[in-house]
Design a protein around this ligand. Structure first.
Ligand SMILES: C[S@@+](CC[C@H](N)C(=O)[O-])C[C@H]1O[C@@H](n2cnc3c(N)ncnc32)[C@H](O)[C@@H]1O
Length: 233
């Protein structure tokens, strides 16, 4: 039976790449992933690298599954954790009923890094991703959660549902403009930045960076220890 390991690469810093992830990549004959993910493993790769882009996405995953069927060990590296808006779902879709075993090595998600930086527990948080596009059902889920005063962490859609648009959507639906928002940008990278703001201010914010948005409708103030710059530096 062929075998694919879907490996979490963490939020971006090499410090967050686990030993288990490095070992899985080192043992693979073929390593598939975005350029950003592959870069994190450049010293741990002995196999053939197959770079994954938006243009070759389906074909490359198909190629990876075929290589696994031919007996090669394949690692698919996914930034953050593969199970949160990562590569686990598309890999499982391509594998379908084929004779290929799939395993996962978990990684630190940007969601976890955001919760850590913002000093919040996240066991009761509503987690949403619009990274692969925005649907009416997703927007409704977001609105319902915020209206219910739930803590929400979400990945914006960099093209169709950006922070600005999310803030405009929520305030347009009558959500309090002073609702507290923390923007967790470029987590674990040198350019990391945390910004405490409100939905109103967020309507004008446009950073173009990797961002997790944390919304906490019921609490307007954040711990004093939460500061807005490079926490780990
Ligand atoms: C395709 S999703 C992958 C999420 C990933 N599987 C995870 O668990 O973090 C990519 C989105 O995750 C968020 N993201 C990834 N890395 C990040 C980082 N270092 N800082 C902030 N957000 C990040 C951004 O919203 C980015 O557009």
């Amino acid at each position: 039976m062929g075998r694919i390991i879907v490996v979490g690469a963490g939020p971006g810093s090499p410090e967050y790449v686990t030993l288990a992830a490095k070992r899985a990549v080192r043992q693979a004959d073929v390593v598939v992933g975005s350029e950003r993910a592959l870069r994190l493993f450049r010293n741990n790769m002995r196999g053939e690298a197959l770079p994954l882009t938006a243009h070759n996405f389906k074909q490359t995953l198909e190629q990876a599954v075929k290589k696994a069927e031919q007996g090669k060990s394949v690692a698919v590296v996914s930034t953050g954790d593969p199970g949160f808006a990562g590569l686990l779902r598309p890999v499982l879709e391509v594998v379908g009923e084929r004779n290929v075993e799939v395993k996962v090595v978990p990684g630190v998600s940007a969601i976890q890094a955001c919760a850590a930086r913002a000093l919040v527990s996240w066991e009761n948080t509503v987690l949403l991703s619009f990274h692969d596009g925005v649907s009416e059902a997703g927007k409704k889920q977001l609105l319902t959660a915020v209206r219910a005063g739930k803590q929400v962490m979400l990945l914006p859609d960099p093209k169709a549902f950006t922070l600005k648009e999310i803030a405009k959507f929520l305030t347009g639906e009558g959500v309090n403009k002073n609702t507290a928002v923390v923007l967790c940008e470029d987590l674990t990278l040198k350019t990391e930045r945390l910004i405490e703001t409100t939905l109103e201010e967020a309507r004008a914010h446009d950073s173009g960076r990797l961002t997790v948005i944390l919304i906490k409708a019921e609490q307007k103030t954040w711990p004093k220890s939460l500061r807005c710059q490079n926490v780990e530096a």
